[in-house]
Design a protein around this ligand. Sequence first.
Ligand SMILES: NC(=O)c1ccc[n+]([C@@H]2O[C@H](COP(=O)([O-])OP(=O)(O)OC[C@H]3O[C@@H](n4cnc5c(N)ncnc54)[C@H](OP(=O)(O)O)[C@@H]3O)[C@@H](O)[C@H]2O)c1
Length: 282
Amino acid sequence: MIVIVTGSSGQLGYDIMNELKRTNFDVYAPSSDELDMTNQDKVSSYVKRINPDVIIHAAAYTNVEEAETDRETAYNVNVNGTRNIAAAAETVNARLCYISTDFVFDGTAAQPYEEFDIPNPINEYGKTKWMGEELIRGLCTKWFIVRTSWIFGENGKNFVSTMLKLAETRDTLQVVDDEIGSPTYTPDLAAFLTALIQTEKYGIYHASNTGKCSRHALAEAIFEEACIDIKVEPIISSQFASKVTRPKYSVLGNNALIYNGFQPLREWREALKAYLNHIQKT
Ligand SMILES: NC(=O)c1ccc[n+]([C@@H]2O[C@H](COP(=O)([O-])OP(=O)(O)OC[C@H]3O[C@@H](n4cnc5c(N)ncnc54)[C@H](OP(=O)(O)O)[C@@H]3O)[C@@H](O)[C@H]2O)c1
């Protein structure tokens, strides 16, 4: 199978690319310099030239804070760019796997979001990702939309790496306790995506490591597992300076994944341990 992966210099795209290569797919992973997805003509000619069986579209404008003020760029990358990828995939009859986010939901739920709960994004990033989903559904025949949450992996900055960095210079940290979600380790998600794209089980999937926690509980778990002695004080999100309103509760119920016979991703704390072990060795 020939697979194009967008966003391979990012956290998730990097692990998808590696997992696909490891499992002997013919992988094309253009950098954003080689293939700026906002350039319609270039996307179209690149995809026609490679003629892939599958495109995994992991590239995105992911700076949630900046998206509030730099709306034009966020929209251009996440909406126009996604439209270009979707239209190009359709012209070569490729399967398209679009990576989306828990931020399409408003966070008012009290139980895990199901795949068919109605999105209602409450920030600009979430709106652009939801518009991307709508384009995939409208333009493509063979599509997977995979929503994930709170990702961490070796190739980039994430909540876990930020906590570890802050702990180098501080002995107390304040972390919000009123945002609940499911952390997701990128190699675990990449393994699921690799299995998914080989099927015709199209549709919407939620894919995160199993279980849930608050940001504060995640920070405490990071320091416990890394044997770092630091005080982590819980605060509420209104005490944390931010331009963005984030969903308070964005746990994803991985129902479609289980229903379609895929292996659920391991429990988030096990995944966290694996990540910490991995980065200690490198
Ligand atoms: N981070 C999270 O917690 C999280 C949670 C849920 C869902 N997601 C989704 O998961 C996916 C991967 O996220 P991530 O955190 O791994 O992303 P990331 O590390 O921020 O990487 C983003 C990638 O997109 C590429 N990109 C940006 N603009 C581009 C353009 N105009 N043309 C081509 N490529 C472009 C970047 O290339 P350059 O490096 O060259 O700029 C980079 O490879 C995204 O779709 C995101 O919305 C993320």
